[in-house]
Every structure is written in structure tokens, then in C-alpha cells.
Ligand binder design. Structure first.
Ligand code: FAD
Length: 420
């Protein structure tokens, strides 16, 4: 059998399995390869490219063409077929170098693709993995609904099989990036007679169709990151199911694991290179030190103490990421770090008042001031991907072995449960 693999020269070519074994780089070779990418390929890919989405796509395409976008994915799906040691090399060397615009692929590459890889049929993997990993297609995540956020299994959006298609009706909310997405990972109820966790199915939903209406919501940052999505007789091909019909809870939890891992261990210092207002990373300490110096507060003992504490926090989040701890631990640390960093930025940048001029920048109506943006944006970090309280509940039940939250619902048919 022959498959496509990436060569060092960044060209897709057909080789046999035997040859693949030969071309797997040593860790030292791989180290050089990754360094070369960040030193020369990455800056060239972004040179002269304007606009957040264009930059995101240009960078991801370059990463993919260099064979570094899917290091541990099977070769036949555009991956490199390498193991965790190679992945670790990339993770270490990419710290602080991944442009923040790449956050546009946080859901697609970070969450949807690994779920497709692990739960998708061959048909779905062939159709979606290469296009998703190379940044040709953008994905969103349709989990939350107006009446079901933390209690995700209470969702009521329905999918009913009609011949060769599923017909979907309902409403989703807080759907990040839906306005830019071609596909969504959708959770919908397919059996109301089953208990609430057992009547849910995970689908791939094509966004570009008459039954899908996306309405952006303006957040307090001025940016419309997330949306309401109305599903009125939206259609999905019968086979576009991940995992089993009515067995969607298992891939749903797996995807949440990827999300928490990503939000808990993503690069902490990505923004130290650039001052982008994309993504959900804590303000880097290097930028806070710069701000303290510029505002003449760098010698203030209380400010220095806060900077030292934040520096420790930033290091700890990095270590949590490399130690394989439960993803909720990383997510809690990171959101705490995000709030503490933003609080210090607010004290340094806006000492006289919490108010600032609502100057609107040109792109997507966002507030022009970088620090003002982050002070407002950091609050959402504690909510997206599950609130802090839910992370603590998860840790209590799964790590500490505490009893489950009380409630009769786990075995009651969904249709007999009280609804919001
Ligand atoms: C920036 C951002 C991006 C997001 N992107 C997406 C997305 O792309 N796709 C998507 O599907 N969703 C997305 N969300 C939604 C997010 O997952 C939900 O906001 C979150 O799960 C909380 O749900 P909720 O807003 O309905 O709050 P609720 O569930 O109503 O919670 C309200 C409050 O009650 C607390 N609470 C609820 N249940 C419990 C409990 N059992 N024990 C203790 N406390 C509890 C919560 O912690 C919270 O403080 C996003 C949210 C944000 C802020």
C-alpha cells in the first residue's frame, strides 16, 4: 500500500510504508526541521498578509505544507505518523511563536479533528481531516443551548432520520466562530425515551444551507466572537455521525477533554511576540513588565510582588501542560492566571478609573486598546469549555472519587424530566 507523506522539502508525495519507516526523522533532525520552520518558513508565510483570518489561513497552510500540522496523525490523513516524543519537541519549540491568529483553528484543529480521527468513519476521515488540518475549512462547536450549558446533557435540539438525511431543529448559542465556519460538530437529541446522556448523537453539520441561520452576538469587548445559531429543518447526510447513533455522549466528552487540554496547556507566551486580540490566552508577564516599566511602577513593591506571582503562575501552567495532569487542573490554573494578569494590567494601565474611551478599531469593531480588550475578554475564559465550578465538580468526582451530584435524572427517560 502507498500513502501520501510530507517530505522535508514540504511537498506531498506518494511513498510506500517501507519508505515511511526510513524517512521518520530522529528527534535531533526533527528539532532542526521545526526550528527552520519557525525561523524562515513561518515569517515568509505571514509576510504582507493582512486580516486576522487571512493570516490564520496562510500560517496554517504553511505549517501543513511543512508536515508539522498533524504530527501524530496517520500518514494517510495528512499526518506525519510520529509519536509523542516528536510532538513534545514541536510543543516546546513552538512556545511563543505560534501567531495568535491561529486561534481561528482552535476548535477545528484543536477539538473537531482529533474527535473525527478517533470517532469518525473512514468516509468522514477521508472527507474532512486533510481539509481541516490544513486550514482550508473552519469548524465550530455546537454544544450549548439557551437552556443547557453546564448541564449539557439537557440539550433539546432534535435530529430525526428522514430517508437518507437527518432533519435538525433547535437553537444553539455561544457558538464561537460560527460566522466563519463551513462545518460544525453538533450535538442533538435522537431519542427522548432514553435517559438524557443516552439519547444524544454527535453529527457533522454543513453550515452553508438554508436551514442554518447564524446571528452574531456582540460581547462586551466589542467583538462578535460567538453567535446564536437557529436550526430550522437543517439537513445532515445520514452517515455523517461520529461514534454511534444515541452514543454521542462518549465523543462529546472526548471533545471536551481536547478543549480543556487546549485551554489548559496552550502556549502561555504566544502573545509576547505580538499584541493580537485573538484567542483566550492570559496576558503574558513579559508584556506586564513592559507596561509596569512604561507607567513608572516597576519599582513599586506591591507591583513587583504581583509580577513575581504571575511569573510563577505562568511557569506553573507551562509545567502542568507538560506533565499530563487532568485537563481541568490546567484549565483552572490558566483561567485564574488570566484574571490575575488582567487585574494587574487594569491597575497599571487605567489607574484613575475603570472607564476608558470606547474607541472602536477598524477590524470587527473591537475596542482599540489592547489592555482594555484583555481586561474584558479574560472573564469569558472561566466560562468557555465549562465553568470553573464545573471543572471543580469534575475533579471532585473523577480525580478525588467524591460521590456524584445528587439527582434522579441519570436513569429517567429524557421526556419525563422537568425542563428549563
Ligand atoms: C467566550 C466563550 C466562548 C464559548 N464558545 C462556545 C462554543 O463555541 N460552543 C458552545 O457550545 N458553547 C460555547 N460557550 C458556552 C459555554 O460552554 C457555556 O457558557 C458554559 O458551559 C456555561 O453554560 P451557561 O452559560 O449556560 O451557564 P449555566 O450552565 O447556566 O451556569 C450558570 C452558573 O451556574 C453555575 N453552575 C451551573 N451548574 C452547576 C453545578 N452543577 N455545580 C456548581 N455550579 C454550577 C455555573 O458555574 C455558572 O456560574 C462559550 C462561552 C464563552 C464565555
Amino acid at each position: 500500500m502507498s500513502v501520501y507523506v510530507w517530505s522535508m522539502q514540504a511537498q506531498l508525495r506518494l511513498v510506500s510504508h517501507e519508505e515511511q519507516k526510513v524517512i521518520a526523522p530522529t528527534l535531533a533532525e526533527f528539532n532542526d526541521e521545526v526550528r527552520t520552520f519557525f525561523e524562515s518558513v513561518s515569517p515568509r508565510a505571514l509576510d504582507g498578509v493582512d486580516g486576522r483570518l487571512n493570516r490564520a489561513k496562510a500560517w496554517r497552510r504553511a505549517l501543513f505544507e511543512s508536515g508539522l500540522a498533524a504530527i501524530d496523525y496517520p500518514v494517510e490523513y495528512g499526518g506525519r505518523g510520529l509519536g509523542s516524543d516528536h510532538l513534545q519537541v514541536f510543543t516546546q519549540l513552538s512556545k511563543g511563536k505560534t501567531p495568535r491568529e491561529d486561534a481561528a483553528f482552535g476548535i477545528g484543529v484543536g477539538m473537531a479533528m482529533p474527535t473525527l480521527r478517533d470517532y469518525g468513519s473512514d468516509e468522514l476521515k477521508e472527507r474532512f481531516l486533510v481539509a481541516g488540518l490544513s486550514g482550508d475549512e473552519i469548524w465550530c462547536q455546537m454544544y450549548s443551548e439557551p437552556g443547557s450549558g453546564s448541564d449539557l446533557a439537557a440539550l433539546t435540539t432534535s435530529a430525526v432520520l428522514d430517508g437518507d438525511e437527518w432533519i435538525v431543529n433547535g437553537q444553539k448559542v455561544w457558538t464561537s466562530g460560527a460566522q466563519h465556519s463551513q462545518f460544525a460538530i453538533l450535538l442533538a437529541r435522537t431519542d427522548t425515551d432514553a435517559p438524557k446522556h443516552r439519547g444524544i448523537t454527535m453529527f457533522v453539520l454543513p453550515m452553508d444551507q438554508p436551514g442554518v441561520t447564524v446571528r452574531p452576538l456582540v460581547q462586551m469587548t466589542g467583538v462578535s466572537e460567538f453567535n446564536e445559531v437557529f436550526l430550522d429543518d437543517a439537513r445532515i447526510p445520514r452517515s455523517w455521525v461520529l461514534g454511534e447513533v444515541n452514543g454521542g455522549w462518549s465523543p462529546a466528552v472526548a471533545l471536551l477533554g481536547h478543549e480543556r487540554r487546549k485551554t489548559g496547556t496552550g502556549s502561555m507566551d504566544g502573545a509576547s511576540q505580538s499584541r493580537s486580540k485573538a484567542g483566550r490566552s492570559p496576558l503574558p508577564v513579559a508584556q506586564l513588565i513592559e507596561l509596569a516599566t512604561q507607567s513608572g511602577r516597576a519599582k513599586d513593591p506591591l507591583v513587583r510582588q504581583d509580577l513575581a506571582r504571575l511569573y510563577s503562575g505562568e511557569s506553573i501552567v507551562g509545567w502542568i501542560g507538560s506533565r499530563g495532569l487532568h485537563p481541568s487542573i490546567g484549565k483552572l490554573w490558566r483561567t485564574n492566571q488570566g484574571r490575575a494578569a488582567a487585574d494587574l494590567a487594569a491597575r497599571l494601565a487605567f489607574p484613575a478609573s475603570p472607564a476608558w474611551g470606547a474607541d472602536l478599531g477598524e477590524e470587527e469593531n473591537e475596542i482599540d486598546d489592547y489592555f482594555a480588550y484583555h481586561v474584558l475578554n479574560c472573564r469569558g475564559m472561566s466560562l468557555g469549555g465549562g465553568t470553573d465550578e464545573i471543572q471543580r465538580n469534575t475533579l471532585g468526582e473523577r480525580q478525588l472519587g467524591l460521590p456524584r451530584e445528587p439527582g434522579p435524572e441519570r436513569d429517567t427517560p429524557f421526556k419525563d424530566l422537568p425542563k428549563n
